[in-house]
Design a protein around this ligand. Structure first.
Ligand SMILES: NC(=O)c1ccc[n+]([C@@H]2O[C@H](COP(=O)([O-])OP(=O)(O)OC[C@H]3O[C@@H](n4cnc5c(N)ncnc54)[C@H](O)[C@@H]3O)[C@@H](O)[C@H]2O)c1
Ligand SMILES: N[C@H](C(=O)O)[C@H](O)COP(=O)(O)O
Length: 351
């Protein structure tokens, strides 16, 4: 087997073609990476963006994905519907954006890719095109037939998972149910163990209301819903701290000894994380039947084609995906050795 054939294969979806996704793909073509990487996108859009940025790229195609090397980019060409102007959205290209996700998902499910890393999409223009789309997280869950997934962002020494994701604020309180918290915490706990190698994760859980409801005087969700759900899971041995007031939860003294924070809603948790690490954070979808990571920023239409888009979050997303693949493959080989009796015989020899 060639050396390249042993490297993991990543699919990188180029995202919204008018945004900085193509710029980031071009920036990546200048880096060395320990993997095979295939960009799912329109090669002509990438070629035009490379020219706009003044970067020479050797675009490679074909069924065999080579080891990623500086100066070259493997592209699985999937055409846009109408020509792209950097920074200018066009809903006619939204079906293309979703087709990239469909192709990446199918490749992850059939084993062609070890993971998918996604460049940013623009949610509003996809909806303007007539699709109901709230985010990659929900889309990949729906289209892989996964009943529940959890969004977690990591960066700046923090991991922040969300009980609810892209939901209008007025719907959040009703969505926080014992069943939801049970599902989310089980997924978070299981993936911190399996995908992050943390044997006994300690999870800090935020309340929903100011000061976690102030003993019921500022809201009762903590008393009626969150605390009973946590108590049940503690009974199964899951290490949960909370519900705590979200403002003081996000202090180093509380966060540092813990492995993850569970926030009740998007803008309770993510502003803190993005303040700590914007541009270097990673978005990870937990609970999917494959590995998916993403950048911590959006389409930055103002920067498309300018050469000022930072590639650091995409590099971090790739690094985390590769770590997760490595951990998964080590666990699988341990299991298969145990199954074949190799470990048993080693244990026998030791005893
Ligand atoms: N992973 C994703 O697909 C993802 C993530 C977040 C937001 N979005 C979507 O992106 C769209 C735009 O969102 P927004 O305007 O709130 O956020 P944004 O991240 O696109 O922009 C916020 C600010 O950060 C800057 N910025 C973003 N990425 C940068 C980079 N790589 N280098 C340098 N500067 C960068 C932008 O220029 C802008 O000033 C929305 O539709 C949103 O839903 C998508
Ligand atoms: N909630 C994410 C963030 O703020 O970074 C972002 O919208 C991307 O979400 P998806 O990965 O679900 O598209």
């Amino acid at each position: 087997m060639s050396e390249a054939a042993e490297l993991p294969v990543l699919a990188l979806t180029a995202g919204e073609p008018a945004g900085i996704g193509p710029d980031l793909c071009i920036a990546l073509s200048q880096r060395a990476l320990p993997c095979r990487l295939s960009v799912l996108g329109d090669v002509d859009v990438l070629r035009a963006r490379a020219a706009q940025l003044g970067i020479a790229v050797d675009f490679v195609s074909g069924d065999t994905i080579p080891a990623h090397r500086p100066g070259a980019l493997h592209v699985r060409h999937m055409p846009v519907a109408v020509p792209v102007i950097a920074g200018v959205l066009d809903p006619r290209n939204s079906a293309h954006v979703l087709a990239l996700l469909d192709a990446a998902l199918a490749g992850c499910m059939n084993g062609s890719y070890h993971a998918v890393v996604t460049a940013p999409v623009h949610k509003a223009v996809i909806n303007d095109a007539g699709f109901s789309f709230t985010g990659h997280t929900e889309y990949l869950a729906d289209h892989s037939g996964t009943q529940k997934v959890v969004m977690m962002l990591a960066g700046g020494g923090l991991r922040v998972a969300l009980a609810t994701t892209h939901l209008p604020l007025c719907e959040v309180a009703d969505a926080i149910t014992p069943e939801l918290l049970d599902q989310v915490i089980r997924i978070l706990h299981a993936d911190l163990q399996a995908k992050f190698g943390i044997a006994r994760p300690r999870i800090l859980v935020a309340g929903l209301n100011p000061h976690a409801g102030e003993s019921g005087h500022l809201g009762r969700e903590e008393i009626d819903t969150i605390e009973p759900a946590l108590e049940r899971l503690r009974g199964e041995g899951i290490d949960l701290v909370g519900p705590l007031p979200a403002d003081t939860l996000f202090s180093r003294i509380r966060v540092d000894p813990c492995d993850a924070v569970l926030a009740m809603y998007h803008d309770q948790g993510l502003p803190v994380l993005k303040y700590a690490s914007f541009g270097a954070g990673v978005n990870i979808t937990l609970g999917l039947p494959f590995i998916r990571t993403s950048v911590d920023h959006g389409t930055a239409l103002d920067l498309a084609g300018s050469g000022r888009a930072e590639v650091s979050s995409l590099l971090a997303a790739i690094e985390v995906a590769l770590e997760m693949i490595g951990r998964q493959s080590r666990a699988e080989s341990r299991e298969s050795r145990a199954g074949s009796g190799v470990l048993d015989s080693l244990d026998l020899k030791r005893s």
